[in-house]
Write a protein that binds this ligand. Structure first.
Ligand code: HEM
Length: 161
């Protein structure tokens, strides 16, 4: 159950189900790399406005080395949910979705890459919340590989989150 103060959640409407501190892990793969597993912590923190602060941090399983991290916002605008993400690997993304049955199946709107970022051409993301479980999938088109699944993770809401 979401234990955040109700007045902070009110501006979020149905997006309030995503607010919380989530802990779990995932599995990654891509045709050009070895499969890998990771632990992950996601914070989707209410602001009192119609957006959540977003932060994901990942590590090698069992408290190992830091892996990927990203920050941004999940915001509600005119009934559409937007995910804005920045990555220290040199990418900035905007995605848009209509929230349906706890699922945000995003349509990519924009992807910008630094000149020294890896050649990622497109990213697609899907995030779902079912009670105290948050899961997501991520696909990317990278270099000469067309849109292919890269990540799948499942996290649980922590007490107090
Ligand atoms: C949970 C988040 C993520 C984790 C744990 C993760 C992990 C990894 C790992 C372990 C590799 C292989 C080692 C390497 O080449 O650095 C990799 C490769 C890669 N990842 Fe991710 N990744 C994550 C998210 C993303 C996202 C959001 C993007 C989108 C831009 C991305 C793009 C790539 C690319 C382009 C490669 C290189 C593939 C290659 O060199 O053939 N990753 N990732």
């Amino acid at each position: 159950m979401n234990q955040t103060q109700p007045d902070l959640l009110t501006p979020l409407g149905d997006l309030a189900a995503f607010a919380g501190h989530w802990v779990g892990g995932g599995a990654g793969h891509y045709p050009t790399i070895d499969d890998f597993a990771y632990d992950e912590e996601i914070e989707l923190t209410p602001s009192g406005k119609p957006f959540l602060f977003y932060r994901s941090r990942t590590r090698k399983p069992g408290g190992g080395m830091s892996m990927h991290t990203e920050t941004g916002y999940l915001r509600l605008t005119d009934g559409v949910v937007e995910l804005l993400v920045t990555q220290p690997t040199g990418f900035v993304e905007i995605h848009r979705a209509t929230l349906s049955d706890g699922v945000l199946d995003f349509t990519p709107h924009a992807l910008s890459a630094s000149p020294d970022a890896k050649p990622v051409h497109e990213v697609r993301r899907r995030i779902a919340v079912d009670g105290d479980v948050l899961s997501y999938d991520m696909w990317m088109a990278f270099d000469t590989t067309p849109m292919t699944h890269h990540l799948r993770a499942e996290l649980r809401r922590t007490a107090g989150g």
